[in-house]
Write a protein that binds this ligand. Structure first.
Ligand code: EZ4
Ligand code: CO
Length: 402
């Protein structure tokens, strides 16, 4: 089998997506997600200019060799743009391999370790009462795990909280919006938030929270310790992960489980975190972490250290990534939980999907390959429209993490 052509499809059904489509001489084609929120065109250009010409003529079944060609074979390794491109290629090749064998992807990743995938929903309220109400709505939909984010008294915008009644979407048209941040206001509010939410819902439901990289290690250690009585499923990105050793301080002071890595893109971002057991969940998604080939290795390494998966799954990751992730989660032993933020209806005019939500779980069907298709005519109706993630400053104007 040979790759005869490949193309990048950039579209904007409500938000931007980058999809790689690789075609073979045997009639099979594969899809890979290459979406990098706010930097879509950089990945599309990297694929178009440097990767696609080097793919033509290769046997698409050689997933391991092709992965290393675009990783090890390239002098400039790692980085979000490069690795999103590698991920898309890898995902599309695995899609082709499974389609050629006429079997769902999970079958060639280890088969079924489970029939359904536990997912968590998002409750984003403007204030404490609104957050409890929103969490109640998610519980009524059947979710058994809910991420709790709330507006913070005294701050105009807070990460994770939508404008008006719109669904949460952090990327805004044009150049980045500037938010303002105050860590002490945040730290004073969050324990009270979780005390009330836990009281309202009892111990049965899993509660999660995303700090979104905004604490120093010692601030994060304080928060993690103060949240201990409310038994969080996890505390996400309590600090930026750039300094892996920074996570030691949190571990020394608290038993609140920690999840990290939605902005990581390589196994080398995780080595200290995993081998010193400083975290409990890996978040690096297939679309940004080198695809199935690389994540299989990261997940295997994590499994040795009692660490589970809990992959990033916001709406800026396309249905192709979500479906590939569901196959992955079906197959591996150390699956933990999957983030699930449903895409807008308009997204499904472009992507037809093979998964379904029921009572707290996602179910993937047994169509061959990844099982998601793209309607290129529909995609062409929604051209790319520049949008960026916000930037964030402390209240005195100091540039900070968003
Ligand atoms: O801010 O996907 O846990 N989820 C998150 C997301 C990220 C966005 C960035 O594009 O942190 O909401
Ligand atoms: Co996050």
């Amino acid at each position: 089998m040979k790759i005869i052509s490949a193309k990048v499809i950039v579209c904007c059904p409500g938000r931007n997506f980058v999809t790689l489509k690789i075609s073979t001489d045997q009639g099979f084609y594969g899809l890979g997600d290459a979406t990098l929120n706010g930097r879509e065109k950089a990945v599309a250009t990297y694929l178009d200019e440097y990767c696609i010409p080097a793919l033509i003529g290769r046997d698409p079944r050689n997933t391991e060799d092709i992965w290393h060609y675009f990783y090890r074979g390239v002098y400039w390794k790692r980085g979000a743009v490069t690795m999103a491109a590698v991920s898309a290629i890898d995902m599309a090749l695995w899609d082709i391999k499974a389609k050629a064998l006429n079997t769902p992807l999970y079958n060639i990743l280890g088969g079924k370790s489970r029939d359904r995938i536990l997912v968590y929903a998002h409750a984003n309220g403007k204030n404490l009462d609104d957050t409890i109400e929103k969490a109640g709505l998610e519980k009524e939909k059947g979710f058994r795990a809910i991420r709790i984010q709330s507006g913070i008294p005294g701050l105009d915008h807070t990460y994770g909280v939508s404008e008006g009644n719109k669904p949460y979407e952090p990327a805004q048209q044009g150049l980045p919006r500037e938010d303002s941040w105050d860590t002490s206001k945040y730290l004073n509010f969050v324990p009270e938030l979780f005390a009330k939410v836990r009281k309202a819902f009892g111990e049965e439901i899993h509660l999660l929270h995303d700090v979104h990289h905004r604490c120093t290690p010692v601030e994060a250690a304080r928060l993690a310790r103060e949240l201990e009585p409310f038994h969080l499923f996890w505390l996400e990105d309590p600090v930026t992960g750039e300094l892996q050793e920074g996570l030691r301080l949190i571990r020394q002071h608290s038993v609140t489980p920690v999840a990290i890595g939605e902005v990581f893109n390589s196994i080398y971002d995780y080595t200290t975190l995993i081998t010193e057991q400083l975290i409990d969940y890996i978040r690096m998604p297939l679309v940004h972490g080198g695809g199935i080939t690389h994540l299989m290795k990261v997940a295997a390494m994590a499994s040795v250290y009692h660490i589970h998966t809990g992959f990033h799954g916001a709406t800026d990751l396309s249905p192709v990534n979500l479906a590939a992730t569901l196959h992955f989660n079906t197959a591996i032993n150390n699956f933990g939980i999957q983030e699930y933020m449903p895409h807008q209806e308009i997204v499904h005019e472009v992507f037809t999907v093979n998964y379904q939500f029921r009572q707290g779980y996602l179910y993937i069907d047994d169509s061959p390959g990844i099982g998601v298709d793209i309607d290129e005519k529909a995609a062409a109706k929604y051209p790319y429209s520049m949008a960026c993630l916000p930037v964030n400053r402390k209240s005195d104007g100091t540039m900070f993490y968003w």
